[in-house]
Design a protein around this ligand. Structure first.
Ligand SMILES: O=C(O)CCC(=O)C(=O)O
Ligand SMILES: [Fe+2]
Length: 367
């Protein structure tokens, strides 16, 4: 039976002016409420498509890519790592990246800045001012996807902002913008290098994906999730199962684990590796490669003791790019396109509609 709660969840404060954004009941506020002893019933999650993998079974060991070998001056190193990348992208669609060159101090400063943001009052967070005024389309603070329409809530709060090609940022907390700008730039560089290697691993020119998807004007978001400690983590969900809509996601966290990825029909729990990034291939990669490389299904679980922050740097094509399975790849590998071409902006809208119903947007464009 679903647990009951002594906390009344009020999603919206109704006496605010219509022009003001509503103040949400964040997962953080709920978690900090003195009367909370069990999970409120509307956070109790039953929708989980896979069973956990056996952590001692070697087939479920998450792969690692040593980034420094990609930029190594030895051609032997590079071709070996590109072969590994090909296998990992086909079989897993995700991997840990070590030795990526982004300073640990910058990663820590970004995590700290986001903690400061989530520690602002609910009123301050709901009234976030950006460097572009109240342009809320580029910036969103929230909790579940859509509190009004969802049957079950997620045990997380989030802040999402677009940082490329135009840079949107928060005016609070102090110093946030400088760190976010540098962090966005550095993760973009890591993504660009990985995308080159991925192009090569497909037997294409190293600039193929960059050009085909107009990555000079590519859309990058920073989506940061805050998962408070949860009284009954086994019943709750931090972020329900999904694939990412973009091309590639570079994920960092505060060294607290919580991510699970699907592999061979089981959930594999990813152990957070200090200083490393975790890379997730996303839907545009699966479309472009005609299903050869995998947009991996993943979700985030929560725990009882520790708060967790994950920072997802989402790298996608420019909004006006028409993405389709690569004709060059299909010519080489044979077969027919399995996805119809779709404009990236249209895909983002489609994915948002599908996500509310826990459906996969990729299935909607399958021929
Ligand atoms: O919290 C995590 O580890 C995963 C975050 C995620 O999947 C996302 O923000 O899309
Ligand atoms: Fe994700």
């Amino acid at each position: 039976m679903a647990p009951t709660s002594s906390v009344l969840v009020q999603p919206v404060v109704s006496d605010r002016a219509a022009t003001q954004p509503p103040i949400i009941t964040s997962a953080k506020t709920l978690a900090e409420s003195a009367t909370l002893t069990s999970l409120p019933s509307d956070y109790s999650f039953t929708e989980d498509p896979y069973q956990p993998a056996d952590p001692n079974d070697p087939q479920y060991t998450v792969p690692t890519i040593d980034f420094s070998l990609l930029t190594s001056s030895s051609p032997g190193h590079r071709s070996k790592i590109i072969q590994d990348l090909r296998k990992v992208c086909q079989e897993w669609g995700c991997f840990t990246v070590i030795n990526h060159g982004v300073p640990e101090s910058l990663m820590q400063a970004m995590v700290d800045a986001y903690f400061k943001f989530f520690n602002l009052t609910e009123e301050e967070k709901s009234n976030i001012e950006t460097n572009h005024g109240a342009d809320r389309a580029q910036m969103k603070y929230g909790t579940s996807y859509n509190v009004g329409s969802e049957k079950v809530r997620l045990w997380r709060d989030f802040i999402k902002m677009r940082v490329h090609p135009d840079f949107h940022t928060l005016n609070k907390p102090e110093g946030f913008s400088e760190v976010a700008m540098e962090y966005s730039k550095k993760t973009r560089e890591v993504a660009a290098e990985l995308i080159k290697a991925i192009s090569e691993s497909l037997g294409l020119d190293e600039n193929y994906i960059h050009k085909a998807l107009n990555l000079d004007r590519g859309v990058q978001f920073l989506l940061t999730n805050y998962y408070p400690p949860c009284p009954q983590p086994e019943l709750a969900m931090g972020l329900s199962h999904h694939t990412d809509q973009c091309l590639i996601t570079i994920l960092a966290d505060n060294d607290v684990s919580g991510l699970q990825v699907e592999h061979n029909g089981k959930w594999v729990s990813v152990t957070s590796v200090p200083k490393a990034f975790f890379v997730i291939l996303a839907d545009q990669m699966q479309i472009l490669t005609n299903g050869k490389y995998k947009s991996v299904m993943h979700q985030a679980r929560v725990n009882k003791e520790e708060e967790r922050i994950s920072i997802a740097s989402l790298h996608g094509p420019s909004f006006d790019t028409l993405v389709s399975p690569s004709p060059e790849l299909i010519e080489r590998e044979g077969g027919a396109p399995i996805y119809r071409a779709i404009n990236y902006r249209e895909y983002v809208d489609l994915q948002q509609r599908c996500r509310m119903n826990l459906k996969a947007a990729l299935d909607e464009i399958r021929i």
